[in-house]
Write a protein that binds this ligand. Structure first.
Ligand code: PYC
Length: 412
């Protein structure tokens, strides 16, 4: 047994903390970020690194990276349907590729290729549409037929003797997976090293507003004053914004997922079937990471259901009958904040000095680096970066939506 582990187990020697114990609160912060998930922490990091703003505090009602950051299936891709979505996620993918070096922590980023299966002519048409938009913006995506599919994913059941035979797929070679908690911890550590404070178990309970400007946040540990406030609380966005009188066009539904026990390497690409309500990848540890559709009703609850598991397994086995004897290890749920156009909401709000990062639906993890970087720019300069402009909250008043439902991996 390594000596460090032994001394730790026996309670000898000094225990090394990854993050220091919280210090007494400062009188006033330049920026207060509500939500210590990947997005909030990435924003804090980029405020410090790109804009020299280090008097920042990140608070969370739970623990660091314990919300949706810990409750997703870690897929990273840029094969969206709209130009706005594709350009945004293209930048995220580029940032992800270099993230381990940037944060000096292995995020276990693993490029696998991403297949969206088409079982109908309509699905093939959407795949072609996405491929054209993606190529136009310099993102690698192409429609492949069954012959190529067999080469990319020989394990896939391409038989015609099934309910919905596979006709082809959208193949997105840069599609990848990463280690979700490494991403959150990496940003937290890098932000902390630049002077950012992180306060866990501290809930935002209300706001202090003076003459239409937010000037502080009431928390379970008292009021914290700040010049600017950012909310990044996926799964609870409308509840928090409502405390400030901001109405968000969001409905919140659980999104369940599960992993199997670890198995030998079997599946390289990430495989998605919108029609069958299935997505699956195999992690570096060998676990099959799987999910399907969002729950049908609005709910703020992360319970797991047997019904979800049964439906999902039925569909998984249509695509991969070889997994019939695989054992499930764990099941969980996150909370998906769904907007009407399936695109996020980022940038300024009607309340001065209050910025919002919300509405991620089922694809927030893959946006962590770009959202952090661009939200930091927005907060620091008070100007909305070009990449964020299409995702303004005001688009729902202006009827200028960014319809991304066709790029969902998740059934709705
Ligand atoms: O957007 O790729 C995705 C995704 C997969 C599972 C949840 N979201």
């Amino acid at each position: 047994m390594p000596l460090a582990l032994l001394t730790y187990a026996l309670g000898l020697g000094e225990r090394k903390r990854h993050f220091p114990a919280p210090q007494p609160l400062q009188k006033r912060y330049d920026v207060l970020i509500i939500g210590a998930g990947g997005h909030g922490l990435a924003c804090a990091y980029h405020l410090a690194k790109d804009h020299g703003i280090t008097k920042t505090i990140v608070i969370d009602k739970g623990y660091l990276g314990g919300g949706n950051t810990a409750r997703n299936t870690t897929i990273v891709r840029a094969n969206y349907l709209t130009e706005e979505g594709t350009a945004f996620y293209k930048e995220s993918l580029a940032l992800f590729e270099n993230l381990s070096q940037e944060l000096d922590l292995n995020t276990m980023y693993s490029k696998r290729g991403h297949l969206t299966l088409a079982h109908t002519d309509a699905a093939l048409r959407t795949a072609r549409w996405r491929a054209e938009v993606n190529k136009h913006l310099g993102v690698r995506s192409e429609v492949v037929g069954r012959h190529e599919l067999r080469k990319i994913c020989p394990q896939l059941n391409l038989s015609d003797e099934v309910r919905f035979p596979v006709l082809g797929a959208l193949y997105h070679a840069p599609g990848a997976i990463a280690r979700h908690d490494a991403v959150a911890w990496g940003y937290a550590r890098a932000a902390y090293r630049r002077g950012v404070e992180i306060l866990q178990n501290t809930e935002a309970t209300g706001f202090q507003v003076e003459r239409g400007r937010v000037v502080g946040v009431r928390t379970s540990r008292g009021t914290i004053t700040a010049a600017k406030v950012v909310q990044a609380v996926a799964g609870h966005s409308s509840v928090l914004a409502h405390k400030l009188g901001i109405r968000l066009p969001i409905r919140t539904v659980p999104l369940q997922a599960c992993v199997s026990q670890p198995y030998q390497p079997f599946l390289d690409p990430i495989v998605v079937s919108g029609s069958l309500h299935v997505y699956i990848s195999q992690s570096a540890r060998g676990e099959f990471v799987m999910g399907g559709a969002t729950d049908p009703a609005e709910l703020y609850d992360t319970r797991s259901t047997l019904e979800f598991k049964e439906q999902l397994m039925m569909h998984i086995l249509e695509l991969f009958p070889q997994l019939a004897n695989a054992n499930l290890l764990r099941q969980w749920a996150g909370l998906a904040d769904m907007t009407p156009d399936f695109s996020p909401v980022m940038g300024k709000t009607p309340v001065k000095n209050y910025y919002i990062d919300a509405g991620w639906g089922t694809w927030g993890f893959k946006a962590t680096p770009v959202c952090g970087k661009r939200m930091a720019e927005c907060v620091a300069t008070d100007k909305t970066p070009a990449l964020l402009k299409p995702f303004a909250l005001s688009r729902f008043d202006d009827f200028d939506l960014v319809g991304e439902k066709g790029a969902a991996s998740v059934g709705h």
